[in-house]
Design a protein around this ligand. Structure first.
Ligand SMILES: O=C(O)CCC(=O)C(=O)O
Ligand SMILES: [Fe+2]
Length: 321
């Protein structure tokens, strides 16, 4: 097992931004102006004329042109604010994350996969909606300060330390309801959750991944059968996120790209309900999310039921059972 560094290497020019980020695991800052929002929205529709159902990040797309164009244009447009806020960093991936209306567009309680050696470095997302967020249309929920409760190696093959309390965590989350163009800049190890989009419109977000200038990409893989208490470490190229092809299907398989650096010990930590209660404040997150879903149900019931709204309604109802 590793320890987090005593002091995070600095990435924000402004000391208050750095402190807030280190303490809470995220910071909210103005990011895109109106022209940039319009340009990025047009870019999304031009690159991806046919929306998919559910939750669809461009990094999962089989359309390489979409992935690459999104990556380069988003980085280019975001550079104004990134240069203003950040220092000593490298930006490695820009992407769109879109949630279509419908009950399948949620993303469960999770931490993002590890992409750096977190004993020294920090992987950071700049997550910016291109529409004003509401609880209904796809706000993100975070567990403040959870980025430092447990050093972990993360990847689809590795069990999460909070797996036994995955559902209970909802009762401690805080909604982050930002306006179009405002960034939620968060540590990839913070626990977060994104409920389904219960509105009638798609929710487009740009997500930009960055880390410290000198950091190399790392990914982590657990072969349960072969190595009970060890994790295999892989060095990956900087364009890993933009090119990786295993996100869609065989995400749990050993990476077919990158270079194995050998094995590290891992204790597979786990927490329970008492741990949650001791470390975090209870919130009304569950109630707020349920209310947003029920508003959708009521609105659909008010309408003369079209086929679409009926099936959407049934799915939302199932989502709560
Ligand atoms: O876009 C969202 O609402 C959440 C995205 C997210 O957490 C992820 O893609 O890992
Ligand atoms: Fe995430």
């Amino acid at each position: 097992m590793f320890q987090f560094p005593d002091k995070m290497l600095r990435v924000f020019r402004n000391e208050a931004h750095q402190q807030s980020f280190e303490e809470n695991g995220f910071v909210i800052l103005p990011f895109y102006d109106e022209a940039e929002i319009a340009e990025l929205t047009a870019l999304y529709h031009a690159l991806h004329p046919k929306d998919e159902a559910g939750f669809f990040p461009s990094t999962f797309s089989k359309d390489k042109n979409y992935r690459h164009e999104a990556d380069s244009k988003i980085r280019q447009i975001a550079s104004r604010s990134i240069d203003a806020y950040c220092q000593d960093i490298k930006v490695v991936c820009g992407s769109f994350i879109v949630k279509s209306p419908g009950p399948d567009s949620g993303m469960c309680v999770h931490q993002d996969m590890s992409l750096v050696d977190e004993s020294k470095y920090t992987g950071i997302n700049i997550w910016v909606p291109l529409v004003d967020l509401t609880i209904q249309n796809g706000a993100i929920f975070v567990l403040p300060k959870s980025h430092r409760i447990m050093p972990t190696y993360r990847g689809s093959s590795i069990p999460e330390f909070f797996a036994p309390v995955m559902d209970d965590i909802i009762d401690y989350l805080q909604p982050v309801v930002v306006k179009a163009g405002q960034a939620v800049i968060f540590d990839q190890s913070i626990i977060h959750y994104s409920p389904p989009n219960f509105s009638d419109n798609i929710r487009i977000v740009t997500n930009i991944y960055f880390t410290h200038q000198s950091t190399e990409y790392r990914t982590y893989f657990w072969d349960k059968e072969k190595m009970e208490n060890k994790i295999e470490v892989f060095a990956q190229a900087d364009d890993f996120m933009t090119n990786f092809e295993q996100f869609g299907e065989n995400i749990r398989a050993r990476p077919t790209v990158g270079q194995s650096l050998g094995f590290v010990d891992y204790t597979f930590p786990q927490i329970d309900k008492t741990f949650l209660d001791t470390h975090f404040e209870r919130t009304k997150a569950r109630e707020i999310i349920a209310k947003a879903a029920h508003q959708k149900v009521e609105a659909a019931e008010d309408k003369t039921n079209t086929a679409t709204s009926v099936s959407f309604l049934d799915k939302i109802k199932n989502w709560f059972n």
